[in-house]
Ligand binder design. Structure first.
Ligand code: AGP
Length: 603
């Protein structure tokens, strides 16, 4: 997610903006920039890489009289992380400068319309389209506020933006739609930012903007308007009691918990621009034939996402699918044919084993499709095509929201490649369920966390535990076990439930409980039999299931039912929260577990 800060007041704007961007660095970014209004001129400075590079560009520049400006740290979604794509972006006349966080879904259509009117674009970003559109509408109506509203009325997607105008040096405009933006109220100075830490040292008085609102700020005045009617909105002023570090976590105790609770938005962002006319659109695959065979290569949690995706690619799309850990793929001598499509799944896009396996696949002539979260990462750049999961930066070492975004994209792939096989009604049911999923998750997560806290007190003392599942729940059992292992250091075994009786059942006793993933599906009777085997040996069972499902268990933990195969997207947060609360109960360092690195860039 990008970082935005805007300022107008009595201080030199550049130091305030740079200070604010530094407090937003935790959000992750790959380029940065700022623009200030000095007299009737705009000064725009941008740099690739970290803020130190921007600092270097600012040396020697005297912008001391500039009291209004905007700054931005960019997390690339459209266009590589290079200077021409860095924010702020200006309109063709150079009158306006704008910074943006979000995804303009219809940017291609808007860009074509503007190009047809003679607008020349200098970047690949959706943001430049937004500022050019705003400038067009302002030129047409002659009023900045009305022009912004007219432009936003044509925009589809998510945005938080801040805009300055060299013709009004003390004024700043901003607005939001499905992307966070908050107003900071100082004394003879005001701020806007994508997150509170950016201006917390200057003021704790904030106004939270809602979707469909725009704000106009000057050093001594501020006003919030409805973006369509331009009617003035009454807003509540809140006082922030957090410190900066707590604010960076959005008030959550750990980044892992914050990222678990970001998953509703992650689902929305993974779907952004990919649902149209009752079907799935994947422009990144244009011109590619339906694969004869898919080989997934990945590591860790991404490997689990691939294993889950296999069930969909085979049963829905009818594509033979093999899933390998990248480290085994590298040395296993496995057959890869030029007709294969190799899907390389990686949140960081820098995992050494996955990158090496990708290169082997390219050498074999296969088509490589990268499924990455970091734009411009090595795996993204070396893939033939790349599908970005758009989950925003994942700070916590334990991967959570990345897997949710990977599963959503894999489901879209299965629907896309299986569109000739899957009936229209099933597709409609799944897409309807996907569209509803963010709200279901938002309603469910707080209760799940509360229940996980209670369950943690019961299960934290075990010497180890099983995670059992069948079908698509088997990869989730593996993921649940990995989450527990890596942040609480309790040994856990993820197993295919049908495999348990072939030896591992010997482990069962009172201190080796079983977490069973048992949804209301065709495998429920089989799971019941497996759990009766566990009960017969005195094992405790925590069954993560759907409301009303009857299974032998010590504890029943219900997650909402969803049309197959969406159930896994509701089980996954429960597994994440269980591991999180057990680790917290045991006093572990949740965000930085021992021995682990966020991106394993070595063999
Ligand atoms: C997951 O919680 C781990 N941190 C780890 O297994 C991770 O998923 C793995 O290293 C792969 O990382 P990637 O997705 O960035 O390639």
């Amino acid at each position: 997610m990008c970082g935005i800060i805007g300022y107008t007041g009595h201080r030199p704007a550049v130091p305030v903006i740079m200070d604010g961007l530094r407090r937003l660095e935790y959000r992750g970014y790959d380029s940065a920039g700022l623009a200030v209004v000095e007299g009737q001129q705009l000064r725009v400075v941008r740099a690739e890489g970290k803020l130190s590079a921007l600092d270097a560009c600012l040396e020697g520049l005297d912008c001391g009289l500039a009291l209004t400006g905007v700054g931005h740290t960019r997390w690339a979604t459209h266009g590589l992380p290079v200077v021409r794509n860095a924010h702020p972006h200006q309109d063709a006349s150079g009158r306006f400068a704008l910074v943006h966080n979000g995804i303009i879904e219809n940017y291609a259509e808007l860009k074509a319309m503007l190009q047809a009117e003679g607008v020349i674009f200098v970047s690949e970003t959706d943001t430049e389209v937004l500022v050019q559109l705003i400038a067009r509408e302002i030129a047409s109506c002659g009023d900045v506020r009305q022009g912004i509203a007219a432009a936003l009325g044509q925009v589809e997607g998510a945005y938080a933006f801040a805009l300055i105008d060299r013709q009004t040096p003390d004024t700043l405009w901003a607005g939001r739609q499905a992307s966070p933006l908050v107003l900071g109220l100082g004394v003879a100075e005001h701020f806007v930012a994508s997150d509170i830490p950016a201006f917390l040292p200057f003021t704790r008085e904030v106004v939270f903007l809602e979707d469909g609102e725009i704000v106009e700020i000057r050093p001594h005045t501020w006003a919030v308007f409805d973006a369509r009617s331009l009617g003035v909105k009454d807003k509540t002023i809140s006082r922030i009691t957090w410190d900066v570090q707590a604010a960076q976590k959005g008030g959550f105790k750990h980044f892992m918990l914050k990222e678990i609770f970001e998953q509703p938005q992650v689902v929305r962002d993974a779907l952004a621009g990919r649902l149209r006319g009752g079907g799935v659109v994947v422009p990144e695959l244009d011109g590619l034939a339906r694969p004869e065979r898919v080989v997934v290569i990945a590591c860790g949690t991404s490997w689990h996402a691939g294993l889950w995706g296999r069930y969909l690619l085979e049963s829905m799309a009818g594509i033979p699918t093999q899933v390998e850990t990248a480290s085994e793929f590298r040395y296993g001598g496995f057959v890869v044919r030029p007709t294969d499509t190799v899907v390389a799944i990686s949140q960081s896009g820098e995992t050494a084993d996955t990158l090496a396996a990708l290169r082997l696949a390219r050498q074999a002539g296969a088509t490589v499709l990268g499924l990455c979260n970091v734009v411009g990462s090595s795996i993204a750049r070396e893939s033939n095509r790349v599908l970005y999961t758009q989950a925003g930066p994942e700070i916590s070492v334990a991967s959570t929201k990345a897997m949710t975004s990977q599963m959503v994209v894999l489901l879209l792939l299965a629907l896309h490649w299986g569109r000739e096989r899957i009936g229209g009604s099933r597709t409609e049911t799944i897409l309807h369920g996907l569209a509803a999923l963010p709200e279901v998750l938002e309603a469910t997560l707080p209760g799940l966390r509360h229940q996980a806290q209670a369950l943690a007190r019961t299960y934290a003392g075990c010497r180890g535990c099983f995670y059992l599942g069948r079908g698509p729940m088997y990869p989730l059992a593996l993921e649940g076990a990995l989450k527990l292992k890596e942040i609480s250091y309790i040994h856990a075994e993820g197993y295919a439930a049908g495999e348990m009786k072939h030896g591992p059942i010997a482990l069962i006793d009172r201190d080796f409980p079983t977490v069973a993933l048992v949804l209301r599906d065709e495998l429920l009777p089989k799971m019941r039999s497996n759990l009766q085997e566990v009960v017969a040996r005195g094992g405790r069972i925590l069954a993560i299931t759907n409301p009303g499902v009857e299974v032998p268990a010590t504890d029943l933990w219900a997650v909402p039912e969803a049309p197959a195969p969406l159930g896994g997207l509701l089980v996954l947060p429960a597994l994440q929260l269980l591991a999180y609360e057990i680790a917290v109960h045991l006093g572990c360092d949740v965000d930085q577990p021992r021995n682990l690195a966020k991106s394993v860039t070595v063999e």
